[in-house]
Each structure stands twice: as structure tokens, then as C-alpha cells.
Design a protein around this ligand. Sequence first.
Ligand SMILES: Cc1ncc(COP(=O)(O)O)c(C=O)c1O
Length: 385
Amino acid sequence: MQDNPIDKQDILNELAELHSLDYDYEDGRILGSMCTQAHPFAKEVYCKFLDTNLGDPGLFKGTKRIEEEVIKSIGELLSLDEAYGNIVTGGTEANLMAIRAARNHARKYKGITDGEIIIPNSAHFSFKKAADMLSLKIVEAKLDENYKIDVGSLNEAISDKTVAIVAIAGTTELGLIDPIEEISKIAFEKNIYFHVDAAFGGFSIPFLREIGYNLPVFDFSLDGVCSITVDPHKMGLAPIPAGGIIFRKEEYLEVMAVDSPYLTVKTQSTIVGTRLGASSAATYAIMKYFGKKGYSKIAGNLMENTMFFAQNLKEIGYEIICEPELNIVAFNHPTMDTNVLAGKLEKRGWKVSVAKCPVAIRVVLMNHIKKNHLEELLKDLKDLY
Ligand SMILES: Cc1ncc(COP(=O)(O)O)c(C=O)c1O
């Protein structure tokens, strides 16, 4: 740090210069991000709550009420009348909380001290972080030919050390939904904690179902589901950071509680201590602002763009990895190496993302990618074919 104060305008100029190095969602060139521009109303509300701290909720009773209301609303969306949980920093923290709850629950009620979690090959890397931090072993369930959990492989992976099974509603790379109903039955029968990671799909599947898309049930209406991750800062259009973790029972929060002596509450179950109330307030505002109808319209539009893009890719001659279930299209050129194609697109100014399993270019059709951007992208892809 320098010795003397610097003029505000000079600081702002310097920051603006650095900010200009960032890609802008508005250009429609960011193809692989699962986040997008937050809605202006959500940003406006967010700024009003910047000083609130939900780590000390006795001081911010109103904001705590807002968080409770948001959790209730998301819970209802996921077929749960009485929901418990928190608005956290994102899917990673939400998944970490779910796995911590599962581990502590199994330790307390089943005496498991060297636990394992079963995750599909397609799981987000946040589960690797969670397993590492919580000293759990990862057992991977194989995927079937449609890139979804192979239930037979999952069954074989279950042992007396299993503390949690994880399935995904909207995989990071392909946007696919695992056979959650089937897995829920197994988890329920065997009394194993079952976590659904709907960080990506949580703010679109319920709305798409509402407008007639034939998507499978993935929520708390299935008896075996113990917790669900749903991220407002992805398809919910809330500002970063806003992740959501919803638990079926309060006891999952209780098994994580530690004493918090100097604060206005006696215990704390979240991982983060001091934490933003702004994320809850912005999520509350944007959910009220859109309502189910608003989100359904957005989710429907994203799917229309997805189908338009997939169809046109096929017409040019590209190969689609799978028919999209949500707003992600993954594809390859029939002969050109995927990374070579990705490099050529990057040279033309596209920010491309390459999936690992299987290797393919993946485009996440978020709100910032409009039809005209897709037309430009298809023109370039035709050119490069
Ligand atoms: C399915 C899934 N889970 C979890 C995460 C992690 O979310 P975050 O980056 O908000 O921590 C992602 C991120 O894209 C995801 O796609």
C-alpha cells in the first residue's frame, strides 16, 4: 500500500482500466459460463443490504427473516412445506454443507467415522473439495451410455461406510438429469443420506415442468431426498454470490452446529461466519419480481434458443453429444480435434468451454446469449466446418 491517500477519480480510472480487461456478458461471447448478468432490480436491492451480516442474526433480525422467507419459497418450489437451510456463496458451499451434514449425521447416528460418498463421474468438482475437507473417500459411480448415473454401478458402490449418495439435476458439462427417482428409492430403503445437486437445474426444471416440458421429478416429493443445492446466481438471475442449500429436516443443520459464544445466537451451522444478507435480500426481491410466470418465460426462452442452436449445428454437420434436456449443447466436429476447433473459435473472439467427459465444446445458453449471437456463432462454425 502507498503512504498517501489517492484521489478518488484516479482510483476509479485505474479500476476501470483493469475492469475493461474483463469479458462482458453483454457481448454474448461468453459461451461456457453458468452465471450471467444479474437482473438490475436484484443489483439495486443487493446494494441496499451491503452492511448486513447474517453471521450475527440477532443484530439483523429483519434480514434474517428475509433469508427464512427465501428458503421457504425455494423449499415450496421444490415440494417441501417446511424447509431449512441457508443462502450461501454458491453451489460449492451449498454442496459442502450438504456433505458435512451427511457426514456428521452418519457419525452421530450410525457411528461411521471413516465415511465414503458416492458421486457420479459427472459430478461438479466441488464434491472433491468437500471430500478433501471432510476427510471422506470418494467412490465414483459409473455413467451409462446416456451420460447419466448407472444405477447398477451405484448400487454396487454402496457399502457400510457410505454416508451420502449424490445425484445431479442439471450436470455441469451436459445439463442432464440423473435418474433421481430410482436413486431416491434405493437411498430411502437403505437409510442413506441422498443429496441432489441442482445448482444449475434448480431454477429452471420446476418452471420448465410448469410449462409442459417433460422433465423428471428431482425434488423433495421423493422421500429419499434429504437436501438440494439450488443456485439463485445461475438461472435465478441474482447477483453473485448466491447459492442455496435446502434441507428436509432441521436435524441436518443441528448436527453441524457449533457454539458461537460472542454472537447474538448460541450456535452456528453455516461454514462461513460473517456472511452477506445482501444475497438473501436480492434473491428475495428477484423471486418476487419474476414469480413463477416470469421464470417460466425465461426458462422457456432459453430452451428455445437451445433447440435452435442444436438444430442448426446438426444441419451444418456437427455432432451433438446428446439431445439437450436443459440449456446446454455439447458438440464436436466429425473429424476436427475438439481443442483445435476451440482454438479457432477463440481466435474469432468466442470464450469457449471444453467438456472433459466426453470431450466436446459445450455452450451454456444463458440469458446473455441472444439469438443474434447464436446466428453469428453458427456463421463462424459454418465457416470453420
Ligand atoms: C452442478 C453444479 N454444482 C455445483 C457448482 C458449483 O457452483 P459455484 O461455482 O457457484 O460454487 C456448479 C457450477 O457450475 C455446478 O454446475
